[in-house]
Design a protein around this ligand. Structure first.
Ligand code: GLA
Length: 400
C-alpha cells in the first residue's frame, strides 16, 4: 500500500484554484475541532443494525459521553441494500427506515453518519456509489445525514481496469472520484462532514483538504492490539503540519475497550489520539462498556487536549530507548507532554529521565497529570518510572 505514497500530486493541479477555495470554504464550516462520536465498525462490523445504532445513541447520552463532546453516531459498512430500477439505493433488512433512525438520533441532540464507496462495491461487498454519486448524496441529505465516510475499496478495481499499470493515471482517477462526491455533497445543500478513507495513498494529506476533506485516513486499518495501535501512532510523525481546524489527519477509529488491550494500553491509545488531534470515534460496545473504559473515554482533561482550538497536532520530540516523548502546543501558551513506554520487556518500567531542555522548556514547571488529576512539578532531568505500555500525560498551563 505504502508504495503509492511516492506519486506526487502535481498531476492533480488542473482543478481551478477558485473551485478549490470554494470547496475548502464549505469544508471549513464543519469539524472545526476533530469530530467526536462513535462508529459501528470496530466492534460490530457486519452485525450493526437499527437497534444497535439506537442503543449506541442512547448510551452516548446516558453515559455522559454526549456531555463530554461525543456527537456523531456513525453507521459504517453493511447498511446497504440494492438499487431499484430508478437507481435509488435502498437499505437492507437490518435498517428498515433510515430517515426514522436519523430522526431518532437527532432527537437525542446527536448527529448521524453513514458510509459509502466511490466504487461499485464497498469493502464488505455491499453496494457502493459508483455512477450514483449525486443521487446518493441527495438521499443522504434528505435522510438528514451529517457525516460521510467515503472508502476507496471497490474503486480500486475500476482504477485497475481503466488504467492498468499506470499508477499516476490511477491516482488521478482516485482524486477525481473524491472531488465528484465532494461536489455532490455540496450540491445536496446540507453541511456534511466529509471523511476520506483511502488509507493515506498518494500523500492524501497534501491534496485532501483542498478538495474538501475534513479528515483523511493516514494508514490501513487499526486492530485492537498494541502493535497495530503503536505502528499507526509512529506513522503519524511528520504529518503534524497538515492538521488544523476543518481538516484533520485520521489515524483510524478508537479501539479503546476492544480486544485484549490492557488498562495502560487503552489509556495510552486514548491519550495519543488526543495528542494527535485525531477524530475521537469510539469503536466499542457502548451498552456493555465497563466503568473503567467509560472513565477513559470521558476524561475531560484529555478530551480538552484533543479539542484544543489551536488545532495543532503533536510532534515526537525525541525517543530514548523505548520511551517516546511527544509535545503539543495548546491555546493560551499551554503545552501538553506525553511520555510513553513502548517497552517490549513485560517487567521493565524503563527508568527514564525526562529532559525539559530537549523540549525547549526550563524547570521547575507546574503541571497537571491528566490521568491522576494531581498537580506535579517537572524538573530538569526528572526521573520517571512508567510501566510498560503506559503513559504520563501532563498539561502545563491552564485549560482554556
Ligand atoms: C475498510 C475501512 C474500515 C471499514 C471497512 C468496512 O477496511 O478501512 O474502516 O470501514 O472497510 O468494510
Amino acid at each position: 500500500m505504502r508504495k503509492f505514497l511516492v506519486f506526487a500530486p502535481a498531476a492533480f493541479l488542473f482543478v481551478s484554484f477558485a473551485a478549490l477555495s470554494a470547496m475548502h470554504a464549505v469544508a471549513q464550516e464543519v469539524a472545526q475541532t476533530p469530530p467526536m462520536g462513535w462508529n459501528s465498525w470496530n466492534y460490530f462490523a457486519g452485525k450493526v443494525d437499527d437497534k444497535g445504532v439506537r442503543a449506541a445513541a442512547d448510551q452516548i447520552v446516558a453515559t455522559g459521553m454526549k456531555d463530554a463532546g461525543y456527537i456523531y453516531v456513525n453507521i459504517d459498512d453493511t447498511w446497504e441494500g440494492k438499487r431499484d430500477e430508478n437507481g435509488v439505493l435502498h437499505t437492507n433488512e437490518k435498517f428498515p427506515d433510515m430517515k426514522a433512525l436519523a430522526d431518532y438520533v437527532h432527537s437525542k441532540g446527536l448527529k448521524i453518519g453513514i458510509y459509502s464507496s466511490p466504487g461499485p462495491l464497498t469493502c464488505a461487498k455491499f453496494e457502493g456509489s459508483y455512477g450514483h454519486e449525486e443521487q446518493d448524496a441527495k438521499m443522504y441529505a434528505e435522510w438528514g445525514i451529517d457525516y460521510l465516510k467515503y472508502d476507496l475499496c471497490g474503486f480500486r478495481q475500476i482504477m485497475d481496469q481503466q488504467a492498468p499499470n499506470d499508477k499516476a493515471a490511477q491516482m488521478k482517477m482516485m482524486y477525481e472520484a473524491y472531488v465528484k462526491m465532494g461536489k455532490a455533497l455540496k450540491a445536496a445543500g446540507r453541511p456534511i462532514v466529509y471523511s476520506f478513507c483511502q488509507y493515506g495513498w498518494d500523500s492524501v494529506w497534501e491534496w485532501g483538504p483542498a478538495i474538501g476533506a475534513n479528515l483523511w485516513r493516514t494508514t490501513g486499518d487499526i486492530r485492537p492490539a498494541w502493535d497495530s495501535m503503536y505502528t499507526i501512532l509512529s506513522q503519524q510523525e511528520g504529518l503534524q503540519g497538515y492538521a488544523g481546524p476543518g481538516h484533520w489527519n485520521d489515524p483510524d477509529m478508537l479501539e479503546v475497550g476492544n480486544g485484549k488491550l490492557t488498562p495502560a494500553e487503552n489509556r495510552t491509545h486514548f491519550s495519543m489520539w488526543a495528542m494527535l488531534a485525531a477524530p475521537l470515534l469510539a469503536g466499542n460496545d457502548l451498552p456493555n462498556m465497563t466503568p473503567e473504559i467509560k472513565q477513559i473515554l470521558t476524561n475531560k482533561d484529555v478530551i480538552a487536549i484533543d479539542q484544543d482550538k489551536l488545532g495543532k497536532q503533536a510532534r515526537r520530540v525525541y525517543s530514548e530507548g523505548e520511551v517516546d516523548v511527544w509535545e503539543r502546543d495548546l491555546a493560551g501558551d499551554a503545552t501538553a507532554i506525553a511520555v510513553l513506554n513502548a517497552g517490549s520487556d513485560r517487567y521493565s518500567t524503563h527508568p527514564f529521565h525526562l529532559s525539559l531542555r530537549k523540549l525547549g522548556l526550563h524547570g521547575p514547571l507546574k503541571a497537571t497529570d491528566l490521568w491522576s488529576g494531581k498537580e506535579i512539578t517537572l524538573t530538569e532531568d526528572m526521573p520517571l518510572e512508567i510501566a510498560r505500555h503506559d503513559i504520563l500525560l501532563v498539561r502545563i498551563g491552564r485549560s482554556k
